[in-house]
Design a protein. Structure first.
Length: 173
């Protein structure tokens, strides 16, 4: 799409990553969760220290979608031991695809997803997997449309709340 670019995130971008991470997660989940649980999760997962650790991990990558010079969304992928659960060498995890509300419906999520596919093909993995909250029907629909199928469930802790994520995967080979 014209006016959109995908850029790799580095340590110099950490404050922008923190801002987009907090904003998109809040926009997506605040209405369905308590303020206390949201605050706890955001403090833990989007602290400068945590993001620095993740950016320094050679088996994780972050990307911004830049739309007319503004960050519209971001992607985080993990491979090898950086994967949050499966940790299989023949797999790539999409840990996060988040898009600002004002850019939803403008193919930003699809562009970020396609970047994940490119990375997976470049490193020659057999499949891509992810976890998505069972109540996030919009995201589940997006992933099904892109060829993902459910294969398991796991618990995702949002603050003190244990939530069920559907684990989904798309076989590439």
């Amino acid at each position: 799409m014209e006016g959109m670019d995908i850029e790799r995130v580095n340590l110099n971008d950490i404050s922008r990553l923190q801002d987009i991470g907090i904003q998109t997660f809040s926009e997506t989940f605040s209405a369905e969760n308590t303020a206390e649980n949201m605050t706890k999760y955001l403090h833990e997962k989007f602290s400068i220290e945590q993001l620095t650790t993740e950016l320094n991990n050679k088996e994780s990558e972050f990307y911004f979608d830049i739309h007319d010079k503004h960050i519209a969304g971001y992607l985080k992928v993990n491979f090898g031991q950086a994967q949050t659960e499966l940790k299989e060498d023949n797999a790539l995890e999409i840990e996060r695809i988040y898009v600002l509300q004002e850019y939803q419906g403008k193919k930003v999520g699809q562009l970020l997803y396609e970047k994940a596919i490119q990375i997976a093909q470049h490193i020659h993995v057999d499949y891509i997997w992810l976890g998505v909250w069972e109540e996030n029907t919009k995201a589940i629909s997006f992933y099904r449309k892109n060829g993902f199928i459910e294969f398991d469930k796991h618990i995702f802790n949002l603050g003190n709340d244990e939530q069920t994520d559907l684990m989904m995967k798309r076989v590439l080979k």
